[in-house]
Structures are given as structure tokens and as C-alpha cells.
Design a protein around this ligand. Structure first.
Ligand code: PMP
Length: 400
């Protein structure tokens, strides 16, 4: 059996004869991940960091081992830099709270218009509260104008936020270059890795950034779990944003002392099964290996390009073929509403996303209402692209 067939067998929803082309919204979950979570619930379900009995010790060990797996996966220097969150949105909002009162009125924050709302709205609110000027960076040639971004960073820049990969255009941004420039003026560089972690190997240390947020559910893990990685030096200077159980070393009626990093940033009972599930998802993809994952995705990307180019009525967003990108294709078809397209595709069990994809800065700048977005996961095949294209042909001709 070919590796892709073995992979597909891990994903039960695929048995239902659907064509799932919406992994950018949320990837399917392999059975091994469900099994790992099930084992926790069936065999050692208990809280962590508390009980001295075997179950709780096992749960604590699995939870902390998961932190190490994730730290290694993203190239963190130490596991303590990994903080568990509910997802990217939660992580970025958390960071916006943790960074309060560090900057002065009149400083600025750089936000590309390509950002997902999760990496835009928390910073807009942050800027309003802290009196920072917002500098939006626009598009050039249909993609983020990275040169304009670099040029906008100046002595008054406090923060530069950047999506590692655009969730609409699929384009990969040069987070290292941006971070290097930000650091030259003493600014922080915060990266939204939601669309990157399942597609390209990451090393937060090599990128030299200050913080990186991502969600488990886009990485073949469960929902409700995410990671906020923060550079240890910065982390040491941050005051916990939430208080409660498990984040304190000791408490008297008058005093309290924080637990060590990272526990002080994880108040309350965390999503234990989900943490274990996310680590299992990462191990599973790593067993398959980046070589297969990336080669397979490139094959799909090249095939998709050929199909799109041979249909001039498909208007692709996101610039030229030579621009580094992942398997994420957003497009419009003149004269046909994106919701009509996605509805007709859904009737053929083809799952894609339609609309603004929570990144309305792009649609606003391009002057379009929205787009259809096709995103690939590890389980997709060229045969599925053929079926998608056949249906798009049929929709296009129906509307002529
Ligand atoms: N940023 C990007 C680039 C995304 O694609 C998404 C998910 N669509 C998010 C942030 C938000 O992720 P979550 O909903 O898991 O918090």
C-alpha cells in the first residue's frame, strides 16, 4: 500500500466519501490522536501537578512530556517557553494582556493588512489602550508588501506583528528578516504561526522572534488547544495575566508567590487530554517526516497551478507562481458569488471555504466581496483536485 493510502486510513471522516479541502480552517484528526486522548480518559484520567497517586503522576508526566515534544518541534531553546493556550486567538489575546504597560504613548505598532483578525483586532485594542499609533502595511502585486513593512519600522516602533503564512494568499513571509529589523530598533516581533506549523519546519530560535502562537486543530490535533511560545528572557519579565490555582507556589491570606515559568502562565486546570492529543499529532506527523509532507504538498501545489492556469476564468489571489507558498489557493470566478460556488461544491461533498476567511483587510484592499479558498492537508490527492476542477467547470458553464 502507498504511504498516502495508509495516511488516509487514519482519518475516519474520509471514509464518508467527502473531499476535504478546508484543512486551513481545521485539519482532520488521525485515529492515533483520538486513541491517545481516549487512553487518558479510560486509563489515567486525573488532574495534573496535584495528586501523588499513580494516575495523576502519569497525567503530569504525559502533559510535561508533551511540552517537550512541542518545544523540540518548534525549535524552542527550552520547554518552559511553551505555554498551553486554547488556540492562536487565545494565545495572541493573552500576549496582548501580558505586554500591557511596557510601551509609551506615541510609539507605533506595525500590522500588515493581510493579518487574520486574530492577529489584528487584539493589537488594535492594545494600541487603543496603550496610545500606540497603528501603521498598516498594504499589498503590492497582490501580496504583502514586505519592503514597505521593513521601511515602516522606525525608532518609535514598539511591536511588529506578522502572520508567518497568510491564511488567504498562502504566501510565506520572511519572519526572520522582519524580526531582525524590529530588533535593530528595540521592537518586539510577534508571529502568528497558525497556518505554518503543519506545512513548514519551524525553528523559533532560528527565526529570532519574540513570540509565536499556533493552534492544535490545524496541525491534526484536537480543538481547544494551542501554544504560545515566548522567548525565555521576555517571559521572565512578564507578569501573569490570570491568577488562580496551579499558578502559585504558595499563598497566605496576605501574600503569594508565583509558581515557576511556565506554570505561572497556566492558571487553572488545562485541557489535559488535548495537550496529550496535540503531542501525539506532532509525533505522528514527524514519524511520516517533513520530506514526505513537503514533497506531497508540492506535488499538489504544482498540479493545482496547472489546473488554474488552464482556466482563465479562475482569478487567483496571491501573485505569481514563483512566490513561496503552501497549499492554500484563494480565487474568485467572475459573475458567480463565492457562496453559490461553495454551496454547489458542498452538494457534491466537496468542502471548501468561502468568504473573507477572517482576513477582511485583504478583501478590503482588493475591492472584492470574498473568495473561495481551497487548502490542502496531508491526506489530499491529485484525484481530489481533478474532481474539484470538474465541478468548478460544471458550475462555471451553468452560470454562462
Ligand atoms: N491566524 C491565522 C493565520 C489563522 O488561519 C487562524 C485560523 N483560521 C487563526 C489565526 C485563528 O486560529 P484559532 O481560531 O484556532 O484561534
Amino acid at each position: 500500500m502507498k504511504l498516502i493510502d495508509t495516511i488516509r486510513l487514519e482519518f475516519s471522516p474520509l471514509i464518508q466519501d467527502i473531499i476535504y479541502l478546508d484543512s486551513g480552517a481545521s485539519a482532520l484528526t488521525p485515529n492515533v490522536v483520538l486513541d491517545a486522548m481516549n487512553t487518558y480518559y479510560r486509563e489515567y484520567r486525573s488532574n495534573i501537578h496535584r495528586g501523588l497517586y499513580d494516575f495523576s503522576e502519569r497525567a503530569t508526566t504525559e502533559y510535561e512530556n508533551a511540552r517537550e515534544t512541542i518545544a523540540q518541534f518548534i525549535g524552542a531553546n527550552r520547554p518552559e517557553e511553551v505555554i498551553f493556550t486554547r488556540g492562536t486567538t487565545d494565545g495572541i489575546n493573552m500576549l496582548a494582556e501580558l505586554l500591557q504597560d511596557r510601551f509609551e504613548k506615541g510609539q507605533n505598532i506595525i500590522i500588515p493588512v493581510t493579518e487574520h483578525h486574530s492577529n489584528m483586532l487584539p493589537w488594535r485594542e492594545f494600541a487603543r489602550r496603550q496610545g500606540l499609533e497603528i501603521r498598516y502595511i498594504g499589498l503590492k502585486g497582490g501580496i504583502l508588501d514586505e519592503l514597505a513593512l521593513l521601511a515602516a519600522i522606525d525608532e518609535k516602533t514598539a511591536l511588529v506583528v506578522i502572520g508567518h503564512i497568510s491564511n488567504v494568499l498562502g504566501t510565506i513571509h520572511d519572519a526572520k528578516k522582519i524580526s531582525d529589523k524590529a530588533h535593530k530598533v528595540g521592537a518586539l516581533c510577534i508571529v502568528d504561526g497558525a497556518q505554518a506549523v503543519a506545512h513548514i519546519p519551524i525553528s523559533v530560535s532560528d527565526l529570532g522572534i519574540d513570540a509565536y502562537a499556533f493552534s492544535g486543530h490545524k496541525l491534526y490535533g484536537p480543538t481547544g488547544i494551542g501554544v504560545l511560545w515566548v522567548n525565555y528572557t521576555l517571559l521572565q519579565n512578564l507578569k501573569p495575566h490570570r491568577t488562580g490555582g496551579d499558578m502559585v507556589e504558595y499563598v497566605t491570606l496576605d501574600t503569594m508567590e508565583y509558581a515557576p515559568i511556565p506554570q505561572r502562565f497556566e492558571a487553572g486546570t488545562p485541557p489535559i487530554a488535548e495537550v496529550i492529543g496535540l503531542a501525539r499529532a506532532i509525533q505522528w506527523t514527524q514519524d511520516i517526516g517533513w520530506e514526505f509532507i513537503q514533497n506531497h504538498e508540492q506535488e499538489l501545489i504544482q498540479y493545482m497551478w496547472q489546473q488554474i492556469v488552464s482556466r482563465p476564468w479562475i482569478e487567483l489571489l496571491g501573485g505569481e507562481k514563483s512566490i513561496p507558498r503552501i497549499g492554500c489557493f484563494a480565487f474568485t470566478i467572475k459573475g458567480i458569488h463565492t457562496h453559490d460556488i461553495s454551496y454547489l461544491l458542498a452538494k457534491q461533498s466537496i468542502c471548501v471555504r468561502a468568504g473573507q476567511h477572517c482576513a477582511s483587510g485583504i478583501t478590503e484592499k482588493l475591492g472584492i466581496a470574498g473568495s473561495i479558498r481551497v487548502t490542502f492537508g496531508i491526506y489530499n490527492t491529485v484525484e481530489e483536485i481533478d474532481i474539484l476542477m470538474r465541478e468548478l467547470d460544471s458550475i462555471y458553464h451553468k452560470f454562462q
